[in-house]
Write a protein that binds this ligand. Sequence first.
Ligand code: SF4
Length: 365
Amino acid sequence: MKFVNEYRDPALGKKLLERIHRHSRKPARLMEFCGGHTVAIFKHGLRQLLPPNIEMLSGPGCPVCVTAAADLDKAIALGKLPDVIITSFGDMLRVPGSRSSLQQAKAEGADIRIVYSAQDALAIARDNPGKSVVFIGIGFETTAPTIAASILQAEQEKLKNYFVLSLHKLCPPIMKAILDLGEVKINGIICPGHVSAVIGSRPYQFLADDYHIACAVSGFEPVDILLAVDRLVEQIENNRPEVAVPYSRSVKPEGNMTALRLMDTVFETGDADWRGIGMVPASGLKLKGRYEKFDVTKKFDIKATPSREPKGCICGAVLRGVNIPNECKLFRDTCTPEHPVGPCMVSTEGSCAAYYQYESKIMYL
Ligand code: SF4
């Protein structure tokens, strides 16, 4: 398969690793922002193959994991209202809110349905005109355009029973927030490939200019990731940070203009609540005034209740890169993918799930 097989080529991977080992001298702490990268790095055993002076840290790029317990509580409260159907990606169902989960609410009788896209939710709205159908909109800039498209379509069809709970998050503002917290020193960031295919590589320029951090936008195959690490090493060794785009087969500096226009038509930036990080200004998306009629928070008055994290779970610190999953006392013994305590073990893109599944395994080269 063109554009895939060559990025899984072990010979190419070996060459890149040799190059990285030859050139990397300075201690370098690299954060892979995206949960998809975390999984790929673990699956292919890349951490173990890098030189010991390179430390890899996982970041907050797992949409399910960063959804705040308070926002999940709202989704659960909505599901308990009469004549409301909640539609959600499957991963969200097992994520713990403060006192319950969508899965538990479903078991107690709430009409909560798993969908694979906002289009599926629209179809449910068409089929159930007497009910309010709410789509739980999670994800980063990657998913937001498709949800924007669903809202435009609902307007075109004059659907009056389709609503979105917009919990979308934005990557560049949270990168800045984590750096401003100053809890972890990072020398380089592997920037997310799918998000960058939408927003382009330009929005990361501030990381190189203002924070002196090396950046490389990466795809998700092992050779993609090694190419990104190689570009980061080069920048760090030469003390010349920039935004490199080794994933240029998918990412342009300006992004995908069609997707950006869709997002800009329907959404505007707003403050967002991040699990383990808190409220971050302008790091989320809310519906613009013209599309407020699709905003479920305008349709129903959901009272916020005090939220709390699962006892003993350190997902927040894991998402900030302060701790690694096996530093959590609950990891493996109490918290497992079958019986997850926190969201980072629920999601397939969560760091805890990746550590659990792949730790110590080397499957590549
Ligand atoms: Fe939370 Fe489980 Fe990860 Fe611990 S191992 S941080 S309890 S998800």
